[in-house]
Design a protein around this ligand. Structure first.
Ligand SMILES: Cc1cc2nc3c(=O)[nH]c(=O)nc-3n(C[C@H](O)[C@H](O)[C@H](O)COP(=O)(O)OP(=O)(O)OC[C@H]3O[C@@H](n4cnc5c(N)ncnc54)[C@H](O)[C@@H]3O)c2cc1C
Length: 407
């Protein structure tokens, strides 16, 4: 299925992460001749992601259930801890999230895309965009091979090395946190279907997480907006009153470092002959750093807009701006809410974390949240539960703290 190099294709996709492969799948399903170029020789590896995803969102795109081995665990609870160990738990009626094996998930999507007709070229880094008369007209590979294309879709992830060649502005480091994600061989005193979340100065600007597997192993990680995440992780494992007990004696057998973007989507993710989708366009939740669902959602939009532009023979920025409009309509309400929530979370001192978590316990916020199913579109989720008295009071209290912290 390898395409003859130099032969013009309809759509070139840069990067076979989940977003690139899913966009390729949707394009191939629309009968668009699609070629995906991936710098690594194996899809999904190295994996940098915790793979914690909402079941409802996976269902909405037809990815739940998934073939055996891709879903590692499901969760109906989360325990939040302050740095001194104050705990607040949310227990839901049914499992709402799952942990995916990201490498297997990425491979599954790529296989689907190949079966639908997309061609994958592995171990083929894209060096640059081919720009002619203000239009992106394909890519040049690292080995010098030109790949002409009617439309180019950039799904290269957070590195965003190529974006500026399409005259688009990336994040320039704004809103980035730096993550360390590890695999550990054993955990103790951990509920099998609960995610552990460590807030406050243990991971400034983000949080730490522990995602258990049924075999007793777990994914453990954190991200920070400054300092060395590895140092913070060591401190979490040795000094946090709860985490140190949970990971006592555990051995780390895999470690990965990667950045997460929390700034919200870039303002413009299209130009003549070009679309940017996924992490490269910062289509990521500012609260949790989850980018898989938003990226796949925007990948589907990109495929539809690209198909219609190719049909009309007009791939100008004006035509492709439909992509931006549709993505904004889908994500912007929730993103604005999450940006404020992120600002609020970042403003809390360790002392405040204790009082916030105690306050949530006293108020019964856990019970008020017990029938929540939506966790990706958090703006919508809050509007659904905001009628409950405990949530209303909590929102009022958080609003006050937010105003005090951001006068
Ligand atoms: C520690 C950590 C934990 C996370 N946990 C979660 C989570 O629990 N849930 C969630 O939803 N999200 C999570 N995320 C975010 C999630 O991983 C990303 O949002 C998601 O991977 C974005 O997919 P993508 O396809 O846009 O980019 P990527 O997955 O980064 O894929 C980009 C692909 O492009 C390739 N590439 C790059 N440059 C080139 C080039 N020049 N030529 C060819 N190929 C190229 C790369 O090799 C890669 O395969 C996490 C991120 C981190 C760092």
């Amino acid at each position: 299925m390898m395409q003859q190099k130099n032969q013009q294709t309809d759509a070139v996709i840069i990067g076979a992460g989940p977003v690139g492969s899913y966009t390729a799948l949707r394009l191939a399903m629309l009968n668009v001749k699609t070629d995906v170029y991936e710098e690594h020789t194996e899809i999904g590896l190295p994996s940098h992601c915790a793979g914690h995803i909402s079941i409802r969102s996976l269902k909405a795109i037809g990815y739940y259930p998934l073939p055996k081995g891709i879903i590692e665990n499901t969760f109906n609870a989360a325990n939040f801890y302050s740095p001194s160990g104050t705990k607040f738990s949310v227990r839901l009626k049914t499992p709402v999230t799952c942990a995916l094996n990201r490498a297997k998930f990425d491979q599954y999507i790529a296989n689907q895309a190949q079966r639908a007709g997309a061609t994958f070229h592995l171990g083929q880094p894209v060096q640059s965009l081919r720009v002619e008369n203000g239009y992106v007209k394909g890519v040049n590979l690292k080995d010098g091979t030109p790949v002409p294309s009617k439309i180019t879709i950039d799904t290269e992830g957070i590195s965003s090395r190529l974006l500026h060649q399409a005259k688009l502005k990336g994040l320039n480091g704004k809103g980035l946190v730096y993550a360390v994600e590890t695999e550990i061989d054993q955990v103790h005193d951990v509920e099998p279907h609960a995610v552990e979340v460590y807030m406050g100065s243990n991971a400034p600007g983000f949080y730490g997480w522990l995602i258990p597997r049924p075999d007793g192993s777990a994914k453990l990680g954190l991200a920070t907006d400054h300092g060395n995440p590895q140092t913070y992780l060591r401190n979490l494992m040795t000094k946090h009153p709860i985490a140190k007990r949970q990971v006592k004696g555990a051995k780390i057998f895999k470690t990965n470092y990667h950045a997460i973007t929390l700034a919200g989507p870039i303002n413009k993710a299209y130009s003549n002959g070009f679309l940017a989708v996924g992490d490269v366009a910062s289509q990521v939740k500012p609260t949790t750093g989850g980018g898989v669902i938003f990226g796949l959602t925007c990948g589907e939009i990109a495929a539809k807009v690209a198909k219609s532009a190719l049909n009309s023979g007009d791939v100008s920025a004006k035509t492709l701006s439909a992509y931006q409009k549709h993505c904004n309509k889908t994500l912007n309400f929730d993103i604005s809410f999450m940006l404020r929530l992120r600002q609020f979370l970042n403003s809390l001192s360790d002392e405040r974390w204790n009082s916030v978590l105690r306050f949530c316990n006293r108020l019964g916020v856990d019970k008020a949240l017990s029938d929540v199913e939506e966790i990706d579109y958090q703006g919508r989720m809050i509007t659904q539960v905001a009628t409950k008295p405990a949530i209303l009071v909590a929102l009022g209290y958080f609003g006050l703290l937010y105003l005090l912290a951001n006068p």
